[in-house]
Design a protein around this ligand. Structure first.
Ligand SMILES: *Cc1c(COP(=O)(O)O)cnc(C)c1O
Length: 365
């Protein structure tokens, strides 16, 4: 606490990112980074962009990048927004589409799962947006009917994190329909597709043509192996995109730098490379998920590039410490209902072989 902090800063409880150890030696399975490198074309594009042009500001509209994204998803560039990682895009979306308690007299709370990406409550708090966490079912799945009630908006990550469970497209569509009715009741349905590329037929971005209240949020951090570049984007109808631009231009018009724009364009254009990389991640995830139950672990079925697992007869904290002693970093959320689970990002085949070995030795203890 500092006497110089204002009231807002005093009451914040910021997001705590996963550890990024500076020393090597760890098998790092704690922040859902892709274990494979970005496309060589991305590196080439960034190197080419690292020249005299850096004296100029980047294109604030990110036109080339938005056109590449639009082409890939079958939408118009005006239906695409690019930002400095999807965390920034999410923060802007919360600010643009959800009513704060101090705005309208009585704002309806927004809805998101009780066990989900822990940045959502942080943004809600930052912008004074009332929210109501909706409990997951006992098997950690999202009960879509629970979200069909009057709300200031809904936020659904698909697949959900850290559980990895996914909803079907038709379930999501029924939700968009519920919240898109005209008049006072209409509200935005935000689908965070950070991990959609690791699932089967999950992407809903092309459905923005039928659902004016749908905003999908995407990141190059996971599926495009570019967590270090900080590029995310959103797809939605033009009015929604203009709303995001209004927030951005009230904050910082140049959130995506020139090198990031160049690298991101190359990544979007090299879909075949990433198809190959992510098929490998999916195959490894399925292999590890299938092997763990026989070793004494419960695995929540995942469609992400991570799995959520529990060592039978052990607490999450004990299992976490054991893995750390063995040089394996994973993520532990000290939160009701999932405190005994660990989220394990899918690494390379070799890393996951070592992980399975360590899991086997832990069971024998
Ligand atoms: C990783 C993650 C993000 C953030 O991605 P960045 O683009 O790196 O900011 C957003 N949502 C979910 C659910 C994530 O897991």
């Amino acid at each position: 606490m500092s006497i110089y902090w204002n009231q807002r800063v005093k009451t914040l409880s910021p997001y705590i990112p996963g550890e990024q150890p500076r020393q090597g030696g760890f098998i790092k399975l704690n922040t859902n980074e892709n274990p494979y490198p970005p496309s060589p074309k991305v590196i080439e594009a960034i190197q080419k962009a690292a020249g005299d042009d850096l004296r100029r500001y980047p294109d604030p509209a990110c036109m080339e990048l938005r056109s590449a994204i639009a082409h890939r998803y079958g939408v118009m560039p005006e239906q695409v927004f690019a930002g400095n990682g999807s965390d920034e895009v999410l923060a802007f979306a919360f600010a643009a589409f959800f009513e704060s308690a101090t705005g309208k007299q009585k704002a309806l709370p927004i809805l998101f799962p009780d066990i989900t990406y822990s940045f959502y409550p942080v943004y809600a708090q930052l912008w004074d947006i009332p929210f109501r966490p909706v409990p997951l079912a006992a098997d950690f799945s999202i009960i879509i009917e629970d979200y069909k009630q009057s709300a200031g908006g809904v936020v659904i990550p698909n697949p959900n994190a850290p559980t990895g469970r996914a909803l079907s497209r038709s379930d999501l569509v029924s939700l968009f329909r519920f919240h898109e009715q005209d008049g006072e009741g209409a509200s935005v349905a935000l689908v965070d597709e950070a991990y959609a590329a690791f699932g089967k037929d999950l992407e809903v971005a092309p459905l923005i043509h039928e659902h004016p209240n749908l905003l999908t949020v995407h990141t190059l951090s996971k599926a495009a192996s570019l967590a270090g570049l900080r590029v995310g984007f959103a797809i939605g109808n033009q009015e929604l995109i203009e709303g995001l631009c209004r927030v951005r231009d009230s904050f910082n018009s140049y959130t995506v730098d020139q090198l990031a724009q160049a690298g991101a364009v190359a990544a979007i254009l090299d879909a075949p490379y990433y198809e190959g990389v992510n098929q490998k991640v999916i195959a490894t995830r399925n292999r590890v998920s299938a092997a763990l139950p026989a070793l004494g672990y419960e695995v929540i079925p995942s469609q992400g590039n991570f799995i959520c697992i529990r060592a039978l007869q052990k607490t999450g904290a004990q299992f976490f410490s054991f893995l750390r002693e063995q040089g394996i970093l994973v993520r532990h959320f000290d939160k009701r209902r999932i405190a005994d689970f660990l989220r394990v990002s899918i690494g390379t085949e070799e890393e996951m072989d070592r992980f399975l070995e360590v899991c086997e030795s832990y069971r024998a203890l």
